[in-house]
Design a protein around this ligand. Structure first.
Ligand SMILES: Cc1cc2nc3c(=O)[nH]c(=O)nc-3n(C[C@H](O)[C@H](O)[C@H](O)COP(=O)(O)OP(=O)(O)OC[C@H]3O[C@@H](n4cnc5c(N)ncnc54)[C@H](O)[C@@H]3O)c2cc1C
Length: 475
């Protein structure tokens, strides 16, 4: 078939993504975005201008050959497209669903200067799903190097390191504290945005390459980093930022108050949505108020609706313009009937009988000059206190580093917030120990964790071959 001209490519409009009807989807945990058929994927791929200096690649932390995989998709060569994707990412079907493409690859897409950018994320999802359905062969492995690596944490960072190192001939064991691998992908992000089955299949691929997975293994308790180093030639720390933050306001210890981590873990990993068939409950939840405005808050409030809340709302101290969550997820939440209380800050959680939550006392806010984050600073309006009724409150204002690994490892320094100090390639202050992902950067994104894992795997490979350890230079 003849190649399309630039004008012809530009004339093709961006394809939309079919979604489950909002009225139906609030009653189930099935995936909201339904994916594309092959014909749509080919047409969308034909929009790509195949730029000689592709900006999309420059802005992808996972260094995916985006024009390469899109060109193969445009020709209908989905297997080849998938092989290109898998060369740089162990989790393409995950990224195709949850990556904030609008602020990464798609933001710099040249087509996007005059038209809408190529839907890179949706194409990534289509190709990876196709590959998971059709058993694309695994890459051949090089001979064993005889070197052993321990990877702590089976989240996106650890999975990437494990996948990249096993492909280089090293023997890799992935130690995971929970009973299931995936990290936030399985315990945080709800099924309706990212089915667990997708994560399982992508993790199974790296296990088929020979990565050994050990679950229910808490590094810092079951064994320390120093003990792992006695049996391995290098260790990667990818234990994430899983400890919840609280506001420090009165009433946070009342019955019916959850951290977003606990609320989402109960629902996602411990199937509270299927109580009593699964033994984990969540409290009543007729009126659920979620404190915060990021992706985690949006996930929690949408889960509350699906658990049958009569009313589920977001309480956010700035206005809609400053909401940090992805626009797509805000719009999904709005369509599903989530209520938003903007310019309101919680000052106290109110309790009643049996120490159960009955409401959230708030103060009205107004926006002042921009602060160091570039967003307008919220300022309380004196005397404007009011109470919102609630029987469940979910605190979704961020995550912190859990100290368990750091406090039991000698010589691995952390910053004052408990995150590991690491250079740009993930080397920590202790020879042989690398770190990356949320436990270095603080809570960030899947693609940044994958990018950190890729860089660390390259540096670990060099170290495993030559044992050289440069003086520590923080990035
Ligand atoms: C609810 C929620 C929604 C999100 N939505 C998005 C989104 O839409 N898009 C996006 O890009 N990002 C999103 N993020 C952020 C993203 O998921 C994280 O940035 C990413 O998962 C970080 O990867 P990681 O590998 O560093 O850590 P994690 O995913 O946290 O994985 C760390 C793993 O280490 C394990 N572990 C911890 N301690 C130990 C120990 N002592 N021993 C052994 N194992 C241990 C944990 O159990 C976990 O499996 C979201 C986060 C949350 C919480």
């Amino acid at each position: 078939m003849r190649e399309l001209t630039v004008a012809e490519r530009c004339a093709i409009p961006r394809h939309s993504m079919p979604h489950q009807d909002p009225r139906e989807r609030v009653g189930n945990f099935d995936e909201v975005a339904l994916g594309w058929d092959a014909e749509t994927a080919v047409k969308e791929a034909q929009r790509c201008l195949l730029c000689r200096k592709p900006q999309c690649v420059a802005s992808c932390p996972a260094e995916i050959d985006i024009p390469g995989f899109i060109a193969e998709t445009a020709r209908g060569n989905f297997r080849e497209a998938s092989t290109i994707l898998r060369e740089s990412s162990a989790l393409p079907a995950v990224c195709g669903r949850v990556c904030p493409q609008e602020t990464q690859c798609e933001q710099l897409c040249v087509l996007g200067k005059k038209h809408e950018p190529v839907a890179i994320g949706r194409l990534e999802r289509f190709v990876s799903d196709y590959a998971l359905r059709s058993d694309v062969p695994l890459p051949a492995l090089p001979p064993s190097t005889g070197k052993k690596v321990a990877v702590v944490g089976a989240g996106p960072a650890g999975i990437t390191v494990a996948g990249d190192l096993v492909k280089l001939g090293h023997e890799v064991t992935l130690f995971e504290a929970l009973h299931m691998p995936g990290g936030v992908l399985v315990y945080g992000i709800p099924e309706f945005r990212l089915p667990k089955e997708i994560v399982r299949q992508e993790v199974d691929l790296i296990r088929s390459l020979g990565v050994r997975l050990v679950t229910n293994f808490v590094v810092g308790r079951t064994a320390t980093v120093d003990e792992l180093l006695e049996e391995h030639d290098a260790v990667f720390l990818g234990n994430g930022a899983g400890a919840p933050s609280f506001l420090g306001i009165p009433g946070e210890n009342l019955n019916g108050v959850y951290s977003a981590s606990e609320y989402l873990t109960r629902c996602n990993l411990m199937r509270a949505n299927d109580f009593p068939r699964n033994a984990t409950p969540v409290a009543g939840g007729r009126k659920v108020v979620v404190l915060g405005g990021g992706n985690v808050a949006m996930d929690a409030v949408r889960v509350a609706l699906r658990l049958g809340a009569d009313e589920a709302s977001i309480l956010y101290r700035r206005s809609r313009n400053e909401l940090p969550a992805r626009l797509e997820e805000i719009e999904n939440a709005e369509e599903e009937g989530v209520k938003f209380s903007f310019l309101a800050n919680p000052v106290r959680i109110v309790g009643g009988e049996h120490n159960c939550v009955t409401g959230v006392e708030c103060v009205r806010m107004e926006l002042g000059e921009p602060d160091s984050s570039g967003r307008r600073r919220p300022i309380p309006v004196a005397g404007s206190e009011f109470v919102i009724e609630a029987d469940t409150v979910v605190v979704a204002i961020g995550q912190n580093a859990n100290p368990i690994v750091a406090s039991t490892a000698t010589g691995v320094e952390t910053d004052r917030r408990g995150y590991f100090k690491a250079d740009a390639e993930g080397r920590t202050t202790k020879p042989g120990v690398f770190a990356g992902g949320d436990i270095v950067t603080g809570a960030a994104t899947v693609i940044l964790a994958i990018g950190a894992g890729k860089k660390a795997a390259r540096a670990m490979h060099e170290y495993l071959l030559d044992s050289r350890w440069p003086d520590f230079a923080e990035a």
